[in-house]
Design a protein around this ligand. Sequence first.
Ligand code: SF4
Length: 715
Amino acid sequence: MKQTRSTCPYCGVGCGVIIESDGAQITGVRGDPDHPANFGRLCTKGSTLHLTASAAVTVQTRLLRPMQRATRGSAPEPIGWDGALDLAVEKFAQVIRDHGPDAVGFYVSGQLLTEDYYVFNKLAKGLIGTNNIDTNSRLCMSSAVAGYKKTLGADAPPACYDDLKSADCLFIVGSNTAWAHPILFRRIEDAKAANPALKIIVADPRRTDTVEIADLFLPIQPGTDVMLFNGMLHLMLWEGWTDARYIAEHTSGFDALKATVRDCTPERVAQVCGIAQDDLLQAARLFATSAATLSLYCQGLNQSSSGTAKNAALINLHLATAQIGKPGAGPFSLTGQPNAMGGREVGGLANLLSAHRDLANPEHRAEVAALWGVPEVPEKPGKTAVEMFQAAADGEIRALWIACTNPAQSMPDQATVRRALERCEFVVVQEAFSTTSTCDFADLLLPATTWGEKEGTVTNSERRISRVRPAVPAPGQTRDDWAIGVAFARKLEARLARPANPSTLFPYGNAESVWNEHRESTRGRDLDITGMSYAMLEAAPQQWPLREGETTGLARLYEDGVFPTPDGRARFVDTVYKPVAEAREARYPFSLNTGRLRDQWHGMSRTGTLGRLFGHVAEPSVQMHPQDMARRQLAEGDLVHVTSRRGSIVLPLAASAEVGLSQAFIAMHWGGEYLSGSSSTGERLAGINALTTPSYCPDSKQPELKHAAVKILKA
Ligand code: SF4
């Protein structure tokens, strides 16, 4: 039996695993006792990974060879790799020639490895000359990115998991950590057991399992986080709990924010947020006066039309009270996907460039062009996720390349997404699984390797980079994602005949050579990892930054009070509260919230293959408060139509006191096979995203997946 150290491919905790294999078969998995993210522990998803890689599951679910669809709706037929790549090059080159580089787009994934991401980013921005590359991380962490950059100056989570041990107060907001980041939650439980005086505040519209550990629960109305944070700051100012010295020496912009929060009186905050004034006061006191306060937050803040403001308003609290840059303190975003961080590091978003550079900055564009050896990186911002599918639906983008993600299930406003996929002249889907909804729209399917088969790196929530290693050979004709990108890029290079590039821009022979180019691109940047070789990562995962010559990374940022802004000061952001994009009203009287279950992952292409993972929650349902059910004469198990302005789905009703009055909750995981429905214009649609809104935050462009106004009527 062979043992291979690798990383769990699910959430952003980034647990280390040891894969056991026998020849070409993965036979077991256990937690890596030496990995600093989990010290040997795994949750139900991680500990069943090997079962998702069994021969029986592989035969039923995997895409094992390239397939071509002659016409839309027909069954795909096998095609060789050479023919498949030639076809892709012919179609993409034709669209680029006839309509320009911005007529193509790439939609990739926070589940790709950093090396995969790097190649696709360079392919789009460096070779083709379009910034139309975005990722499902747009649906996950882009508000956290924008929040960090606006306040602290760089997209760098300043805290680390070990800070849980030193914290005296935890503020968990917009995160069901117990289910979405289970192994981190075990560490929270450990911290509470070791220090019973540790105070835990949870703010969330739902009374989730995470609330069970809380000393104080703030059941805020959906989308009112900015008002909550501004109200806490109002009280901190009134009570003299802010740190005037830290504000004066290390920050700027406090006066404008002070003027804004003046109006956020306890009476107003209590009324808008739906919480008691005493609880607000207690939360403000615990946050400000505890020796060290650590905030943990996730999609409740990010997936919002005010996502950036929510992130910034929370970071404002840390700056105002000097709860940052010391053990146990700081704002700490929990990454949803396993490598949303790595994607940000290589600039794999429509508005970013390599190594945390900004597309809008001409010097940064010139630096990246020089690094890549291309004349320029285009200035025009690329289309972000929602914009990209809207542009395809409008006929502006004509060819799409989708890798390792399932937008026909996971994007909001499915009617538009499906129109986009149908209207595109050519759709490539690069996937490990043949079972995703998006595969049905592909003209060309390219088979990719997946967990246990591929090599590279990922970065977890605490900036820790771990190696991902293959335990078994690639099955069938699958190839690594980076290698598919490189093979396509080399053929396209030859077709486009870029005069400035006599030799290939993609000289990579393995994942490590891609990594080394990425490393070099970070030299002198905030995330400098020039000292972090594959050889170093063989010994142990490492946090960034880790510069050339250094032997360990930095556990915690900003301990010197100096921030990566032009004047070295952190910036308060004047965060004005705005309600959700789509308010409840008489015709749509419920706030629909969406979220994860404990034992499922995304669209269930992997977790949905195991019967045992349905033991926790067996089927989809819409949860509603028992009082709302009684008022509407509805009963547990009734089939109901849940209808938003965009579509309608049918599913059983479940009574739950976890959701507030006039609120409803549906887990995000179930797609078309389970949840049928239709759009407002009668097209067949499926899954919860038939209902969700494409409204997004103006700064981060992250859509408001956490709130849509719906009505619920008996079917
Ligand atoms: Fe995997 Fe996340 Fe579970 Fe760790 S907590 S085993 S990374 S799913």
